[in-house]
Every structure is written in structure tokens, then in C-alpha cells.
Design a protein. Structure first.
Length: 170
């Protein structure tokens, strides 16, 4: 390792001589104008250089824009010069038959009562509707307090209690 604790390796004597001779050479100015080169490259990319042909795809978007502008102008002109539609009143006469037609008999099917149909009441109970109206008009704080004996508590099975005691180690 070198003294300055870097990972550079010392060059051999031959490479050190080549490095010294290259460092002694002055830079040679080129005859290239960098700004002009970049400008001409941009023109060539756009197809604007004399002697280059513009690609047909370059005219696709301007032509599509012009076509949509013409269609929009034509539709706007048609909308502006259109005449108001005439309102036609039509009288429709419906004649009823002289004899009323009896409706077709409907086959009677016995009503099948499912457990779901039995468990659901046809409409909510009156107490629920009263409490709903109370909450909607005055808020949740207006609900009456219920006693502790009416509040449902957790239902413990004996297997649950044994499981909890086993987990707690008591």
C-alpha cells in the first residue's frame, strides 16, 4: 500500500516515462466549431437542412389538426344556422273493446315459507323506528340510558373459561 493509504499502484518505470512525455505535450486546437456542429445536427434531425427531404410522417399531425379544425368549424356553422324544429301535435284515439276482456287465470302456487322469510318481520318494529327518528333529529346523545341488566354481556362457555385459565396459568 502507498503512504497516503489509497489503492493506487505505482507505475513501472516504462509507464512513468510514457506518462511524463504525454503530460509534456501541449493540447492541439481542433478546427471544429462545437456550437455550429450541434446546430447543424439539430437541423438534420428535423429534416430542415438544404438537400434533405422532410419525412411524410412529419406532416401527419399538422394535417390531422387542420382536418379536425375544419370538421369543428363545419359542425359549429350547421348548429348556428339550423332552423328550429316544428312542433307537431298529434291526436291519438284509442278505442276500447265493447266487451271487457277477462284476465287469464293465474295458476295458484302454494306459498313456500323459508326460514329466512319467517325470521324477518315484514317491517321494522315501532321501537326501532322511534329510536331511529330520535337519533336522526337530536343525535346519539339523546338516546335513553339502558340499565346494565338489559345490555348483552359476553357469553362464556365452560370450554372458553378453561382455555383462558390454562393460558393465564391460574
Amino acid at each position: 500500500m502507498s503512504e497516503n493509504n489509497t489503492s493506487e499502484h505505482k507505475l513501472s518505470d516504462d509507464l512513468a516515462a510514457v506518462e511524463a512525455s504525454l503530460a509534456a505535450l501541449p493540447p492541439f486546437p481542433s478546427g471544429i466549431d462545437r456550437d455550429r456542429l450541434v446546430y447543424l445536427a439539430g437541423q438534420a434531425a428535423a429534416g430542415a437542412l438544404p438537400g434533405t427531404k422532410r419525412r411524410p410522417a412529419g406532416w401527419l399531425w399538422p394535417m390531422a389538426t387542420a382536418a379536425s379544425l375544419l370538421v369543428a368549424a363545419a359542425l359549429g356553422a350547421m348548429l348556428a344556422v339550423r332552423s328550429q324544429p316544428e312542433i307537431v301535435e298529434r291526436l291519438v284515439v284509442v278505442r276500447q273493446p265493447a266487451e271487457p276482456v277477462a284476465p287469464a287465470p293465474v295458476a295458484a302456487h302454494p306459498a313456500v315459507e323459508t326460514p329466512l322469510a319467517r325470521s324477518r318481520p315484514s317491517r321494522p318494529p315501532a321501537e326501532y323506528l322511534r329510536l331511529r327518528d330520535l337519533v336522526l333529529s337530536r343525535g346519539v346523545d339523546a338516546l335513553p340510558e339502558t340499565s346494565a341488566k338489559h345490555r348483552p354481556g359476553p357469553v362464556w362457555r365452560s370450554s372458553d373459561r378453561k382455555q383462558i385459565e390454562r393460558l393465564l396459568g391460574s
